[in-house]
Structure formats: C-alpha cells, structure tokens
Ligand binder design. Sequence first.
Ligand SMILES: Cc1cc2nc3c(=O)[nH]c(=O)nc-3n(C[C@H](O)[C@H](O)[C@H](O)COP(=O)(O)OP(=O)(O)OC[C@H]3O[C@@H](n4cnc5c(N)ncnc54)[C@H](O)[C@@H]3O)c2cc1C
Length: 267
Amino acid sequence: MRGERVSAFCLTEPDAGSDLTNVRTMAVAQEDGSWIINGLKTWVTNGPVADHFTVLCQTRPDRKMRGQNFFIIDRNTPGVSVSPKFPLVGTRSTEISELALTDVVLPADAMLCPPGRGLHNLLSILAEIRTMTAALALGLARAAYQAAFQYARERSAFGRTINKYQLIQEKISKMATQIWASELMLYRTTSLIDRQVPCMREANMVKYYATETACYCSDEATRILGAYAYSMEYPVQRFYRDNRFLLYGGGTHEILMGNIAREVGFV
Ligand SMILES: Cc1cc2nc3c(=O)[nH]c(=O)nc-3n(C[C@H](O)[C@H](O)[C@H](O)COP(=O)(O)OP(=O)(O)OC[C@H]3O[C@@H](n4cnc5c(N)ncnc54)[C@H](O)[C@@H]3O)c2cc1C
C-alpha cells in the first residue's frame, strides 16, 4: 500500500477466462512441504512491471475449484518469465502481459489461503474487483458526460447552441440520471464491503449497471461532439475506446447476467 512494490493478480489462462474451473496452472506439493508450479497466465495487468504475482493454481484437480488456491510468486524466482506488453485498443497506460511459470519452486508458506479456503477467498476478491471496476466505469461515465455537457453549451448549429435542442437534452438527462443511479449503487456496495457484509449480488449488479452507463455515456458523448469525437485531439475518443475493457475485466456481462438471475432466485 506504500507503493514500494507493484503486484499483479493472475486468474486468466489461454483456456480459462470466464470458466475458471478450467485453470490448468498446477501446484504440486513436495514431500518437504515445498511446491512446484507450472502453467501459463495471460491478460496479467501490471505483468511487465510487477514485483510479485498472486497466482491462482490448481492443487487438487479431483476437488475442482475447491482444490484451487493462491500462491505469491516473486518476479525474481527461477522459472518465472514475462512476455512483452500487449498492444491494446484502449487503457493504453495499463501494462498487460503473459506470465509463464516453468518448474517454479516455492516454499510452503507461499500458499496464501489455508487448504480448501481458496474458493472462498476468490469469491470475496471477485466482489471487490467488480465493485472497483464499477468505480472505474463511473469515473469514465462522468468524464464523458462533462465533455459532452460543456461542448453542447458552446457549439452552435442553426442559430442556437445545441444544448437548446430537445434531442440533445434527452441525451444529457439520461446520462446524468444513469450516473446518479450508478453512484448510489456504488456507495451502497462499498459500504457493504467496508462492513464486511457478503455482497456478491450487489457487486454483480453495480458492475453491470455502471459499465453499461459508461458505455452509454461515452457513446452518446461521441454523437454530441459529432466529427470532433473522431479526432484524436479531443478526449472523447479515448473514453469510447477505454469503455471496452470494462465489459470484460472482472467478469463479462453474460456471466454477470447468469449470476444475477441465480442470486435473485430466478433459476
Ligand atoms: C484490459 C484487461 C485487463 C485484464 N486484467 C486481468 C488481470 O489482471 N488478471 C486476470 O486474471 N485477468 C485479466 N483480464 C482477463 C479477464 O478477466 C477476462 O477477459 C474475462 O474473465 C473473460 O474471459 P475471456 O476474455 O477469456 O472470455 P471467454 O470466457 O472466453 O468468453 C467469451 C464470450 O463467451 C461468453 N461466455 C462465456 N461463458 C458463458 C456462459 N456460461 N454463459 C454465457 N456467455 C458466456 C462471454 O461472456 C464472452 O462473451 C483482463 C482483461 C482485459 C481486457
């Protein structure tokens, strides 16, 4: 938290994105209590600059997700290698890479959770990641709204500034309303996290809603700015490109929809 070391969190693999039951990175216990890790992680945010990695591994394939646990791996450990950073459509200040682990030997205490508790930790971390992604989405939505708001009050067409047109007013009103709803949902969910109340359902809902709001606001902002949204000189194009990441990071919308349907007792 002092910012002296950078960390990365590694769940995703080439064949395990939404479906974490398919995690193939193996941690094999040795007789002396140490572990040997082999596997490949991808889409690792901070991968190129991280000092250590928190890596989801399978320790007991017969127990499926209940056999998974997290291991903390220092970058300098023999057998750790990091790919060059990925070229990205948006969020280009983020450094993302693959992480390959080949016969990485770890001491017994590199396992983060007691055996059998990995799944529980994964679920509580996912609730926090989804809430955090909602906060990123809210910031992006606000930025797009503010850019469109200011532009519409300055830009003239047919003898009046375009904020005087009802169709533009509708866009701004919907953006403002969705941003307010996202704020309320977000503060409610973060207050549950602060009080350590389980809140996966709320986290799924706010991640879904705030991300849709960010996509809506950045899309509408590009329409309000017209051709200038298509210019690299204005930031609106960046909000539009960056919003894509929100749809995937922390769980896709399709996965969230299935989770919410179960959590409200529909299936
Ligand atoms: C910018 C960025 C940063 C990231 N950072 C990290 C990171 O730091 N650490 C990390 O571990 N991962 C990270 N990820 C990966 C991210 O978590 C995955 O992209 C995400 O889990 C989805 O996996 P996938 O992309 O493999 O899609 P897939 O799981 O292959 O899904 C493909 C499509 O199928 C749909 N689908 C899959 N299963 C179902 C189902 N049961 N029902 C309906 N539809 C379904 C999905 O919704 C999606 O539309 C990052 C991704 C991005 C883009």
